[in-house]
Design a protein around this ligand. Structure first.
Ligand code: MEV
Length: 433
């Protein structure tokens, strides 16, 4: 077991790396080479990455792919996706093309409200607290004027602050529940700064209140059910006919059944939604947004009725097939990584510098497209055929296949089933002949 180390963050980057190599690696040279291989030769760029977090030793790469042909509200997009899973970008591109030929995706932002809370305890009667809150509320808002000045000028800011009595669930527990409009910013820093100022002012003013009031914490909520976006596709059932959909009516019925299963069966809903998040996270990451916040909020939303359920829905009425998603997404296109990470700027430029609302629509569409592609495969050919085809390159790389071997085997597996052992055997056959 290694010895604990103190003052680690104060060491220089080379010192940190040496400590790591000495402590954990038998082949130090190989480990050092790897760490350096992933550094960027442009020192300025590397320094930028070093300074995103603490104790950076190297970079961790993910592929950045693009999915073209996304027609959203009659505008064509090429969507950037940062993801390691082999079939995701191909599936998104396929779904995009399918729906481009059928009118494209329609998306709309339903609401954009963000939430933050000051959690506090109070040990006297609620009526006194309520009266106190009403008198102090304008002061809470006024005390944040320096923080909110710019946001207000652009049309955003604090929407409201409510006092919430939670003492039935937890003794002496109350909240200031605040709502915000943060426009093109995700708003985490803005909201947290406002909340901490509310807490300070509230506590100071509470000397006039009978009983003890103590602030526990002030923090935004990543649950944003009123920051909601909807995306949908629809077409007459007959138009679903395509290369792999011979019987559109049968396809539509089975597809709807698959969605209905995810609506009522949590085991299926989790995997169904995971497929949606394949698309969502990839775009969220490529555009420099916080995918953990999005994940946490989206899954809470999927459970809002007391049972974890599908984020997408499907209907068939009067011969029209309709498939849609409604999800909460708190995203930003200014601030944070968006003005720092060169590839995030690149991704946003590819999307023609979207507003936060535009990005909400694009991300929701990516999730819907991903789910459409997954359900289309699952209810027709099964998922493995396409999945293993996309995974073929990973298996070939595991066997360190040469470019010639790859060309030959990709051709061979166009008409043969891909499994790990089938690839191993095919490589062996080439190599012994
Ligand atoms: C795999 O990453 C995602 C799927 O499992 C999604 C689904 O089952 O709907 C294919």
């Amino acid at each position: 077991m290694p010895n604990a180390i103190s003052g680690f963050s104060k060491l220089t980057k080379p010192e940190k790396i040496e400590w790591l190599l000495d402590t954990y690696f038998s082949d130090k040279e190989a480990a050092r080479t790897l760490v350096k291989q992933y550094w960027n030769s442009d020192e300025k760029l590397q320094k930028l990455h070093d300074e995103f977090i603490e104790n950076t030793i190297t970079n961790y790469y993910l592929p950045l792919g693009i999915a073209p042909n996304f027609l959203i509200n009659n505008k064509l997009y090429t969507i950037p996706m940062a993801i390691e899973e082999s079939s995701v970008v191909a599936a998104a591109s396929k779904a995009a093309k399918f729906w481009m030929d059928r009118g494209g995706f329609k998306a709309e932002v339903i609401s954009t409200e963000k939430i933050g809370q000051v959690h506090f305890t109070y040990n006297s009667d609620f009526e006194s607290l309520k009266t106190f809150f009403e008198t102090v509320k304008p002061k809470l808002i006024a005390s944040t004027s320096d923080i909110t000045k710019n946001m207000k000028r652009r049309g955003g800011g604090i929407l409201d602050i409510e006092l919430k009595d939670k003492s039935k669930d937890l003794d002496n527990y109350y909240q200031l529940h605040a709502t915000f409009e943060t426009l093109d910013a995700m708003g985490a820093n803005f909201i947290n700064s406002c909340l901490e100022q509310f807490a300070k002012t509230f506590k100071n003013e509470a000397t006039k209140l009978k009983g003890d009031l103590d602030i526990v914490m002030s923090i935004l909520s990543n649950y944003v059910p009123n920051c909601l976006v909807r995306a949908e596709v629809s077409c007459p059932i007959s138009e679903l006919k395509s290369k792999d959909i011979a019987n559109p009516k049968l396809f539509a019925d089975k597809f709807k059944q698959a969605v209905n299963i995810a609506e009522i069966e949590p085991y299926r809903a989790v995997t169904h939604n995971k497929g949606i998040m394949n698309g969502i996270d990839a775009v969220v990451l490529a555009t420099g947004n916080d995918f953990r916040a999005v994940e946490a909020g989206v899954h809470a939303f999927a459970s809002r009725n007391g049972r974890y359920s599908s984020l997408t829905h499907c209907s068939i009425n009067d011969g029209i097939f309709k498939f849609w998603i409604e999800i909460p997404l708190a995203l930003g296109t200014v601030g944070g990584l968006t003005s720092l990470h060169p590839l995030v700027k690149f991704s946003l430029e590819m999307l023609e510098k979207p507003s936060a609302k535009d990005l909400m629509q694009i991300v929701a569409v990516a999730g819907l497209a991903q789910n459409f592609a997954a359900l289309k495969s699952l209810t027709t050919t099964g998922i493995q055929e396409g999945h293993m085809k996309m995974h073929l390159m990973n298996i070939l790389n595991q066997f360190e296949a040469t470019p010639e071997e790859k060309t030959h085997l990709i051709e061979y597996f166009k008409t043969n089933v891909v499994t790990h052992s089938a690839v191993a055997e095919a490589i062996n056959n080439i190599r012994i002949n």
